[in-house]
Design a protein around this ligand. Sequence first.
Ligand SMILES: Cc1cc2nc3c(=O)[nH]c(=O)nc-3n(C[C@H](O)[C@H](O)[C@H](O)COP(=O)(O)O)c2cc1C
Length: 95
Amino acid sequence: MKSLICYFSTTGNTELACRYIGKMIPGAAFEFLDITRGSVPDLGTYDLVGFATFADFLGPSKRMRDFIQELPQQKQKPAFVFNTYGNFNGGTLRK
Ligand SMILES: Cc1cc2nc3c(=O)[nH]c(=O)nc-3n(C[C@H](O)[C@H](O)[C@H](O)COP(=O)(O)O)c2cc1C
């Protein structure tokens, strides 16, 4: 299995959570993509794709929303989202 987590992390909390998940689920063979550094990934080469960001005024940051908008539409691709937050997550996960 080959997996990818695309993350946006400004102070490191979200990246730390990504790395922890990668360590705890070795069978998923996670790779990590910092969306501020990498280019649009070829999602077709991954069995599972995650998106991780932080609550940014009660929602996902614009940077992550723009990144997701740029991705080509996928079919039947297992995916998941998660986020870190300080106190109140608001609509971050839902959005
Ligand atoms: C500009 C900004 C907006 C934030 N908005 C929220 C928020 O609405 N709710 C919340 O619980 N935490 C909020 N936080 C706290 C971050 O979500 C939290 O510290 C997060 O873990 C930071 O992730 P990172 O270290 O990966 O950047 C905000 C932080 C910043 C810098």
